[in-house]
Design a protein around this ligand. Structure first.
Ligand code: ZN
Length: 66
């Protein structure tokens, strides 16, 4: 795979929703960085949800508010 192809990996789970400021997580297994803007994250080292990590909670769609 070329570098360009790697840069446009399509994720199934969307981790940036809306215009909240985002932050980066790093996958402890692959060292891959991924962007997220959930206000509820507590760990920087976390696999992407597509790689077995927990799905970030989207502001406004908190499970406890539904
Ligand atoms: Zn996050």
């Amino acid at each position: 795979m070329t570098k360009e192809a790697e840069a446009i990996v399509v994720r199934k789970t969307r981790t940036v929703v809306g215009d909240r400021p985002s932050h980066f997580h790093s996958d402890p297994d692959t060292n891959e960085k991924w962007q997220c803007n959930s206000p509820y994250c507590s760990a920087a080292d976390m696999p992407h949800p597509d790689n077995g990590g927990p799905a970030p909670i989207v502001q406004g769609y908190e499970p406890w508010r539904r």
